[in-house]
Design a protein around this ligand. Structure first.
Ligand code: GSH
Length: 176
C-alpha cells in the first residue's frame, strides 16, 4: 500500500505516519506532533523558550534515539523470523551500544525532573516514549535506568494512554 501512486502522492518519502487534515498533509512524526500540539492546544507550550526546548528533543529523538531503537527492533524481528533479515553480530552490538547510550542520556536528563521539557508532559515525551516502547519490546530492562523507568511509568499512567499494538491492531497483519 505504501508503494501505490495514491499513497506516494500524499507521502513523498513513501512512509507512515501521514496526517491529512483538511487541505494540510503532513509527514514526519515530529512535524505531525508539532502540528497537533498547535492545532489542539495541548501537549505543547505557549512559552517560546519551552517550545525551543521541546523541539531540541524532537530532533534528538530523530538523531539519537529512533535509529538505534528501530535497528535493535529489526534485529529482534529477524531473530524471531518475523523479518527476512539476519544482522551481522558486530552491527547488532553497535546498535545496542548506541541504544544504551541514548537511554543513559534520557536517564541523566530525567534525574532531576518529571518530564523532558517545560516542566509538564509535552510532545517531547510522547515522541521519545513512542520510540522507547519499541526498545522495551527488544528486551531492554527499564529498571537499569531508574529515572527513565519512573518517567515511562508516569507516561503510561496518563489518561488515554495505550501501547502501540493496541492502537494499531496487528490481528490482520500478513507476515510473509
Ligand atoms: N522519521 C520518520 C520515520 C518514518 C518511518 O520510518 N516509517 C516507517 C514505518 S514505522 C516506514 O514507513 N517505512 C517504510 C519505508 O521507509 O519504506 C518519522 O518519524 O515519521
Amino acid at each position: 500500500m505504501q508503494r501505490t501512486p495514491e499513497f506516494r502522492a500524499l507521502s513523498r518519502w513513501g512512509q507512515v505516519p501521514v496526517l491529512q487534515h483538511g487541505k494540510a498533509v503532513l509527514c514526519q512524526s515530529a512535524a505531525i506532533l508539532e502540528f497537533l500540539a498547535e492545532t489542539l492546544g495541548t501537549f505543547g507550550s505557549t512559552d517560546a523558550a519551552a517550545r525551543r526546548f521541546i523541539r531540541e528533543w524532537l530532533y534528538w529523538d530523530a538523531d539519537r534515539l529512533a535509529p538505534p531503537v528501530y535497528g535493535c527492533y529489526g534485529v529482534r524481528l529477524g531473530e524471531q523470523g518475523l523479518l527476512p533479515i539476519a544482522v551481522d553480530p558486530v552491527l547488532a552490538a553497535d546498535c545496542r551500544r548506541r541504544l544504551d547510550a541514548a537511554l543513559n542520556s534520557l536517564d541523566a536528563e530525567l534525574g532531576g525532573r518529571s518530564f523532558l521539557a517545560a516542566g509538564a508532559r509535552t510532545i517531547a515525551d510522547l515522541c521519545c516514549y513512542g520510540d522507547v516502547i519499541f526498545a522495551e519490546l527488544c528486551g531492554i530492562a527499564p529498571h537499569r535506568w531508574p529515572a527513565f523507568a519512573g518517567w515511562a511509568g508516569r507516561l503510561s499512567a496518563l489518561s488515554g494512554w495505550q501501547p502501540p499494538f493496541d492502537l494499531l491492531p496487528m490481528a490482520d497483519a500478513e507476515i510473509a
